[in-house]
Design a protein around this ligand. Structure first.
Ligand SMILES: [Ca+2]
Ligand SMILES: [Ca+2]
Ligand SMILES: [Ca+2]
Length: 313
């Protein structure tokens, strides 16, 4: 029985072993001393066995604790390994993140570059437009400049021509001025000579006032000898001139007016008809009076045979 019991001890757990031992103690009552010794020995052996069993249980606990510790160590190791792997994986994923970040950065830079490119393109187009406009304006200015240059050259040519003509005219003016002065001097000398001969100048005409008295016909002959004729009064100014020069000539001076050829028509010595008359209010026109004298600022018709001073023109 004991052998079989030992086999059971090896095969079963500790609680079962204790129960078996108590069973063996109950079963041992009623045997003899020899048997009792044997039994005691057996019990001692059993006690040893139980003690061994208890010792074996302690070993199991120790083994179990060791195993648990080992398992804990293994678990910690596994956790550490997993943690390291996880970190490795995390570290390995960094390049991807870096790539993603780089990609994002590059995308942003690309967008910024695209924006800059668009802006630069717009500015380039605006500059091109400005350039075209400026080119057109430059061409127009160039055309205007060329036109103005031509006009300036023409004006310069005209100015040169006019300057030459002006110089020629100035030279001619100077020459004429000298000649005029010379002629003026000669004219003055001639006037003095004429005045010495009894001639008086009035409005570019020369008049001779006689210093003696003659009939109208003889007076006219004297004027013709002097290269002139009796005065013809063509204007009020000439009448006033005749009034002035005949003031100191008593009884008047003959003028070149007569109706001797045709009683009804007064004619001047050049054959023209008298249109404007300056008859004196004191004069009475008579048929027998055919020749005219100027006296007291007016005309009188008198007989042509009477002698008066006369005025040649
Ligand atoms: Ca006259
Ligand atoms: Ca008459
Ligand atoms: Ca009269």
């Amino acid at each position: 029985m004991f052998h079989s019991f030992k086999k059971e001890l090896k095969s079963d757990d500790d609680e079962d072993v204790t129960v078996v031992i108590y069973t063996l103690a109950d079963d041992s009552e009623g045997y003899d001393t020899v048997t009792e010794d044997a039994r005691t020995k057996s019990n001692q052996q059993i006690q040893h066995t139980v003690t061994g069993i208890h010792r074996g249980g302690n070993k199991c606990y120790t083994l179990t604790a060791v195993c648990v510790v080992l398992l804990c160590v293994l678990l910690l190791t596994a956790v550490a390994v997993l943690w390291i792997r996880f970190n490795n994986l995390t570290t390995e994923s960094n390049p991807l993140q870096q790539l993603q970040t780089s990609y994002n950065n590059l995308t942003k830079e690309r967008d910024q570059l695209q924006t800059s490119y668009n802006t630069l393109t717009k500015e380039r187009d605006q500059l091109q437009t400005s350039y075209n406009t400026l080119t057109k304006e430059r061409d127009q200015l160039q055309t205007s400049y060329n036109t103005l240059t031509k006009e300036r050259d023409q004006l310069q040519t005209s100015y040169n021509t006019l300057s030459k003509e002006r110089d020629q005219l100035q030279t001619s003016y100077n020459t004429l001025t000298i000649e005029r002065d010379q002629l003026q001097n000669k004219n003055n000398e001639f006037q003095k000579k004429l005045e010495n001969l009894g001639w008086i100048s009035f409005t570019s005409k020369l008049y001779y006032i006689s210093t003696e008295k003659k009939s109208w016909t003889e007076s006219r002959e004297d004027c013709r000898k002097r290269g002139a004729d009796l005065v013809i009064i063509n204007s009020k100014e000439e009448q006033e001139f005749v009034d002035n020069v005949s003031e100191n000539k008593c009884y008047g001076v003959y003028i070149g007016l007569t109706n001797r050829d045709n009683e009804g028509v007064w004619k001047w010595v050049d054959g023209t008809s008298m249109t404007t008359a300056y008859w004196s209010s004191l004069n009475g026109i008579r048929d027998i009076d055919d020749c005219v004298i100027n006296r007291y600022n007016g005309w009188f018709d008198r007989p042509c045979t009477e002698t008066y001073y006369w005025i040649c023109e």
